[in-house]
Design a protein around this ligand. Structure first.
Ligand code: SAH
Length: 240
């Protein structure tokens, strides 16, 4: 069943027109038949079933009933990822959204291959938001992950959570999977294709980030980002 997000606060029996983009998707892309049921997630992150009524240029929906479910991660996951090349970046956005990421913070560090100028990034951000929205719809999430403007490496210290990690594939890093503390929010920093310099790792460690290993093998940056989200979501499930 297709899911869409709406800015409205929904109640049973409410009727309204979907946005023009959503109407186009329902009637032209998916060619849905009149009376078909969809899922709607409202401004309170509440889920409802609704039926579609296809008009010529717009799609009207009628809210039928609430759906009581919990699909969001129990932890707020802030994923700080070094900018990585085009298609790998897009893949990372889609997969981490599926895996429950709350917020993505792109950053530039010394071994980044991609050094986006701020203006070229602002043109891309709309596309990135669309990838996150579609992944959130597809995976039945109740909230759309956020993405911020890229920041410099040193600004990472301002994006801390209850618990903070740097994914660093060095022998003395403890395994993320063995963390026993309870937390309701976590930040994890993932390096670029070329990894972190030891100065960068020291900087974060001195600012309260714990170095953690994601496993015995070296992942590509985008795989590391996905793995980190899966671990943090899993650790959050143990919290109560
Ligand atoms: N260090 C390698 C590869 C970097 S992999 C090099 O210098 O070429 C890109 C990023 O993914 C790393 O900076 C790290 O944050 C993360 N990463 C990959 N595998 C990891 C592992 N096993 N444990 C922790 N972090 C890992």
């Amino acid at each position: 069943m297709q899911q869409y997000f709406t800015d409205r606060k929904l109640t049973v029996d409410m009727e309204f027109d979907m946005t023009s983009e959503q109407s186009h998707h329902i009637s032209t892309v998916l060619r849905m038949k009149d009376g078909k049921t969809i899922r709607l997630v409202d401004s309170n992150q509440s889920v409802f079933l609704a039926t579609v009524h296809i008009n010529k240029n717009s799609v009207r929906v009628k809210v039928i009933e609430p759906v009581f479910e919990s699909r969001e991660s129990k932890v707020n996951i802030t994923l700080a990822v070094a900018l990585i090349k085009g298609e790998h970046w897009d893949w990372m956005l889609q997969k981490t959204a599926e895996c429950g990421v709350t917020k993505i913070v792109p950053f530039v560090s010394s071994r980044c291959v991609v050094k986006d100028k701020p203006d070229s990034y602002s043109r891309k951000i709309e596309r990135y938001k669309k990838i996150l929205l579609e992944a959130a719809e597809q995976s039945y999430r109740h909230r759309i992950p956020e993405i911020s403007e890229p920041i410099s490496f040193k600004m990472l210290k301002d994006f801390k959570s209850d618990i903070n990690f740097i994914a660093y594939e060095k022998e003395n890093s403890r395994f993320l999977s063995s963390v026993t503390e309870s937390f309701s929010s976590a930040t994890i920093v993932i390096g670029p294709e070329g990894g972190f310099t030891s100065d960068e790792a020291d900087y974060l460690i001195n600012h309260g980030f714990t170095s953690v290993s994601l496993g015995k093998r070296i992942f590509r940056a985008e795989t590391a980002a996905v793995t980190a989200c899966i671990f943090l979501d899993f650790l959050g499930e143990r919290n109560d």
